[in-house]
Design a protein around this ligand. Structure first.
Ligand code: PLP
Length: 411
């Protein structure tokens, strides 16, 4: 009698058991619930420039419009020739050695390529060094692939640079690779040559693959120069990632790329795996590929945002001062991207659970930001602020945050 049959339920795969992706997790869910019931939330939680009035350069839009009717079919699995050629030339200008067109892969954002790289590399239990704090997609994809994400510390006392001794301590026989995020999300750090050189030395000593996420490489402030670590490691196998989501304010178009460089012989088999997974998704969004050449080669109107007087730069200066003026909050001034990762004096505020802190701030002040734990930071003493909103909006937010800290949990 069919009516009495038990309903079959469907559980998610156990592969997801240890996967954490809090950037879109419980605090964000609570904010969505509040919004549904009519509460307006100020969102300082996601690095998506367009909603904050950052505009894509006109020429990029014009270019896409012109080419749209020719982008109806699939492209080569790794991407259009014009896009890959432009990416290759860009990479050559950055000194990345030993690259040809076949070493460039476009993706539906860097996100897709991170997933492909982790899936193609990691066997169950293989270890990969990932920074803490991190952009959590790296840890999530490594874990989903069956690998073990081993977190090395980035040191707030040293401008948030990777702690080389900690990296050394955490290398085992199963360590296959190291990930760096430079410029960094969530800290806004930019690594100088000496630091990169030390990472290369460790990678060389232990024959590790280097994955370098450089999606913010064109959002560097204070006239500093971004150095691609691959340019220092011609004898190692490196994969460098970048894209247009952030530098050209087109996160929604979904276009990113990766560049294979250095010792490709050592990675011959792995590269076959990358090719297979790249073929399996057919190709990345073709209209978005069609504008890469213009975006990388043309007049870079987005640069204005990071030059003196530019919006991102002014907002950076404002948020740094406003946050560090709050008693009990300290921060390293970001040099790149559009994030800051301040430290909370947890003793003063009696904080033991940073997710709870983010929820309390959300409920009290209607401000959404992500707690440090969302970036695989173990101590409950940090949070990330996205400083993309205009200064007027940031001022209002900072007034509320300062007020929150004036009473939060203090006896
Ligand atoms: N890598 C880092 C460090 C990021 O911050 C982001 C987005 O926030 C991405 C990768 C993903 O970018 P996309 O998939 O839009 O190219």
């Amino acid at each position: 009698i069919t009516g009495e049959r038990q309903m079959r339920t469907f559980k998610k795969s156990s592969k997801l058991d240890n996967v954490l992706y809090d950037v879109r997790g419980p605090v964000v869910d609570e904010a969505a619930r509040m919004e549904e019931s009519g509460t307006q939330i100020l969102k300082l939680n996601i690095g998506n420039p367009a909603p904050f009035g950052f505009r894509t350069p006109d020429e990029v839009i014009y270019d896409m419009r012109q080419q749209l009717t020719e982008c109806e079919g699939y492209s080569h699995a790794q991407g259009l020739f014009s896009a890959r050629k432009a990416i290759m030339q860009y990479a050559q200008l950055k000194g990345i050695p030993n690259i040809a067109i076949e070493d460039i892969y476009t993706g539906n954002g860097v996100s897709e390529l991170i997933n492909i790289c982790m899936s193609a590399l990691l066997d169950n239990g293989d270890e990969i060094l990932i920074p803490s704090p991190d952009y959590p997609l790296w840890t999530a994809c490594a874990t989903l692939a069956g690998g073990k994400a081993v977190h090395y510390i980035c040191d707030e006392q040293s401008e948030w640079y990777p702690d080389i001794e900690d990296i050394r301590r955490k290398i085992t026989d199963r360590t296959k690779a190291i990930v760096i995020i430079n410029p960094n999300n969530p800290t806004g750090a930019l690594y100088p040559k000496e630091v990169l050189q030390k990472i290369v030395d460790v990678a060389r000593e232990h024959q590790l693959i280097i994955f370098s996420d450089e999606i913010y490489d064109r959002l560097v402030m204070d006239e500093e120069e971004h150095i691609s670590i691959a340019s220092l490691a011609p004898d190692l196998f490196c994969i460098t990632f970048s894209g247009l989501s952030k530098s050209h304010m087109i996160a929604g178009f979904r276009i990113g790329w990766m560049i294979l460089s250095g010792n490709k012989k050592a990675a011959k088999d792995y590269i076959e795996g990358l090719k297979m997974l790249s073929n399996m998704r057919l190709c990345s969004n073709v209209p978005a590929q069609s504008i890469v050449q213009t975006a990388l080669g043309g007049h870079q109107s987005v640069r204005g945002y990071i030059e003196p007087g530019g919006r991102i730069r002014e907002q950076r200066d404002y948020i740094y001062k406003a946050l560090t003026d709050i008693p009990g909050i300290s921060a390293v001034k970001p040099k790149a991207a559009f994030y800051i990762f301040p430290k909370i004096d947890v003793k003063k505020f009696n904080i033991t659970d940073d997710e709870q802190f983010a929820l309390d701030l959300l409920r009290d002040k209607k401000i959404l930001l992500i707690h440090g734990g969302g970036f695989n930071w173990e101590q409950p003493d940090h949070f990330r602020v996205v400083y993309l909103p205009r200064i007027e909006v940031l001022k209002e937010a900072m007034g509320k945050i300062a007020d929150f800290f004036s009473y939060y949990k203090q006896q």
